[in-house]
Design a protein around this ligand. Structure first.
Ligand code: LLP
Length: 451
């Protein structure tokens, strides 16, 4: 059921909302266009083509601010998780709000440095397979914290730090063995997962780390998974970390930082949960176990900040019907947004122009059950299956909602499809923050390869 057809109509605060446009000679009729802030999406599609990612700057800054406000009573730094959306302009926007960054590769680190060189001191570096070169680049940049995931990595970092005569602040990423209800591909906090070191093995490793001159043991980190909508597993993980900190301090380590990772989920079904309330509940769940410990908290939210801030605009190329099953073939595909194909993820899809009255958007159209699919040659190339939607015709625009996180950052060139353009809207202004890729750019690296 499309929630936009329900009364009262759900506004998408503050980024995406329908606005009335009068038409006809007497201007008695009206249509409703989905807007991103003050900009009508059909005008963007016309000017820049589709598929097109459109982001609302106000939504991004507002959601970042919600974290800042919810955690204001405890010393903290929000380190936005770059993997969710790594566009330089979005990184710069967040850097200006004072955000730090969670990176997992040399590429992400370089993006942060290009977006804002001064943000280096607010960067944490996570990931199970950091290479020597990546560690060296992070040491040179002077980042805040290395989240170490194995003993081998510990020695590799010590070696690199010695070579570059640097000292590295480290936390061990511990695996708290807490189950969290999410898709198995994005759950990380169980013993069977490749991430971190088991809590019970951590003390021994901390002891070893503190023997290395180039390393400064300074924190504990944890991340249990992504798209987690219940705060209880976060609290459980932080409780285990708090116990560990007690032990580590007793062992003589100075633990100043606790990095609790990211993972706070969003409401893809649009049941209109209040985001401020969600972040507040999350904040009280994770800060309670830490109150007495006097630590600086690091947070790594990605999806919760950028997910609802973006939509993927796409146009219906064909309608087709096979033995009674209806398909909308759109010009966007799994290479642009892979979440439905990869995780069976749900994204709301709404017609961008609606011939309806304010409170009944979607109602004036016949409803139908369709699969929304892309042009890629795989049956897994779909955005929705058996979805009830208002009927749309060929040439009409659809918006795939909540596509700001893990959309463009997971896009590929599969089927030699160029990556979409990206637009950042701020009030009435719309800025191209990545131009549409050209086909010749996709094969340029092959043409220039040595024979
Ligand atoms: N910190 C660490 C160590 C992580 O591994 C992740 C996400 C985050 C922070 C940010 O998590 P968030 O706040 O965005 O949930 N492609 C998947 C999500 C993969 C998440 C990987 N790690 C998806 O589209 O759902």
């Amino acid at each position: 059921m499309n929630p936009l057809s329900e009364e009262p109509r759900i506004e998408r605060p503050p980024g995406f909302a329908f606005r009335e446009r009068r038409k006809g000679i007497l201007r008695r009729e009206s249509e409703w266009d989905l807007h991103c802030e003050e900009v009508a999406l059909p005008s963007l599609a016309k000017k820049y083509g589709t598929p097109l990612y459109v982001y609302s700057a106000a939504t991004i800054t507002e959601r970042f601010a919600a974290f800042e406000s919810a955690f204001r009573r405890i010393p903290h730094t929000v380190c936005y998780s770059v993997k969710a959306n790594s566009n330089l302009h979005i990184l710069r926007l967040l850097a200006r709000q004072g955000s730090g960054f969670d990176v997992v590769s040399g590429g992400e680190l370089e993006r942060v440095l290009v977006a804002d060189r001064r943000a280096a001191k607010r960067v944490v570096f996570s990931g199970v397979g950091k290479s020597k070169e990546e560690l060296a680049a992070a040491l040179k940049a002077g980042i805040l914290l290395f989240n170490i995931e194995s003993e081998s990595e510990l020695w590799m970092l010590a070696e690199c730090a010695a070579r570059y005569r640097k000292s590295a602040a480290i936390a061990l990423r511990v695996n708290p063995d807490v189950p969290a209800e999410t898709h198995p591909y994005i759950s990380t906090g169980l013993r069977k997962h490749k991430f971190g070191v088991p809590v019970h093995a951590a003390r021994e490793l901390y002891a070893k780390a503190s023997g290395a001159r180039q390393l400064r043991v300074t924190g504990v980190s944890v991340h249990i998974g992504s798209q987690i909508t219940d705060v209880a597993p976060f609290a459980q993980a932080v409780e285990r970390v708090a116990d560990l900190i007690g032990e580590l301090r007793a062992d003589g380590h100075e633990i100043d930082f606790v990095d609790i990772g990211g993972g706070l989920g969003i409401d893809y079904q649009q049941r209109a949960l209040n985001f401020q309330d969600c972040v507040r509940a999350y904040a009280s769940a994770v800060t309670n176990p830490l109150r007495a410990l006097k630590v600086h908290l690091l947070l790594e939210p990605g999806r919760a900040i950028v997910g609802p801030s973006g939509v993927l605009l796409t146009r219906v190329v064909y309608r087709k019907e096979n033995d009674g099953k209806r398909f909308l073939v759109v010009d966007s595909a799994m290479n642009d947004l892979i979440r439905p194909s990869l995780y069976g993820a749900h994204h709301e899809i709404v017609p961008v122009v609606s011939p309806a009255k304010a409170r009944t958007v979607g109602r004036e159209r016949e409803q139908e059950i369709v699969d929304v699919v892309g042009p890629v040659c795989e049956s897994g190339d779909f955005f929705a299956r058996d979805r009830q939607m208002p009927r749309v015709e060929e040439g009409e625009l659809l918006a795939i909602l909540d596509a700001g996180a893990y959309g463009m950052s997971l896009a590929s060139n599969y089927n030699s499809r160029p990556k979409p353009a990206e637009i950042l809207v701020r009030g009435k202004s719309a800025k191209v923050i990545r131009r549409r890729e050209r086909v010749d750019e996709m094969y340029a690296a092959e043409l220039s390869a040595a024979d």
